[in-house]
Design a protein around this ligand. Sequence first.
Ligand SMILES: [Zn+2]
Length: 305
Amino acid sequence: MRKHKKSNPILTIINWLLILAILICLSFAAYFYLTKSNSQTSNSQMSSQTSSQATESSSSSQDQTTSDDSQVDWIKQDTTVKFPILMYHAIHVMAAEESANANLIVDPTTFESEIKALVDAGYYFLSPEEAYKVLTENVLPNGNNKIVWLTFDDSLWDFYSNAYPIMKKYGVKATSFAITGYVQNSTTGYYTPEQMLEMESNRMSIESHTVNHPDLEVSSSDSQASEMSNSDDYLQSTLNKDVIAIAYPAGRYSDTTLSLAANNYSLGVTTNEGLASADNGLLSLNRVRILPTTTAESLLQQIAN
Ligand SMILES: [Zn+2]
């Protein structure tokens, strides 16, 4: 039989303490390694996003810093605030067979020059909620009278593919009025529910343009009410937010439309030409139509207050 050596209890304690110390060192090392590789992953994700944003233009111009909206100081004004709500539809290079709709199509290069001109001129881009604040409280952000609300009707595919990347590049906010029946069914030619969610979490606001884009002015009260409330319900539940604005399809509405719209919305935009102010009525706001022939220079002249 082998004789067992009695171990020294002090040496045993020292051994255990050493093992414990090594384990603590190892876990710290593992923690720092993981943290570092995580931040590298998110950095590389960010840079791949930035490069995909810049696909529209090969220029090396840096992305504009996104303004921090929480820093805005809203200053009360003595005179009624008026501001441009720009109305766009399609943003793509027009094909020859589209000439009948030519007035609704703006070239992406022209569009980018307009956004750049607005940013360079110091315009503040409003969300629907900020537009509501301006109209109801008669305030301006940091007292800046250069404010603009960018709006796009019809939830077209090119809002996601062409307009959104440009606006992301310049860090500006915009609103898309969605025909919810087309989006919900992923109809060809319109952005999808997934694209809508992605944009909503990247400074785009998706608001209502009814379910099926009917002429509300000649629709029955029941049909108007369901077109307006069903699109509101779909957007609220899909986007998990309070939808506050509607654009009337083709700018067509009646007094009945306005009183029904008030059940679901706080703001309504029309195709009536001009700067918007509370004097229009919150549910019948003017907009400024952007034509394919509009240039960055003519736009700035047109909306100068
Ligand atoms: Zn429309």
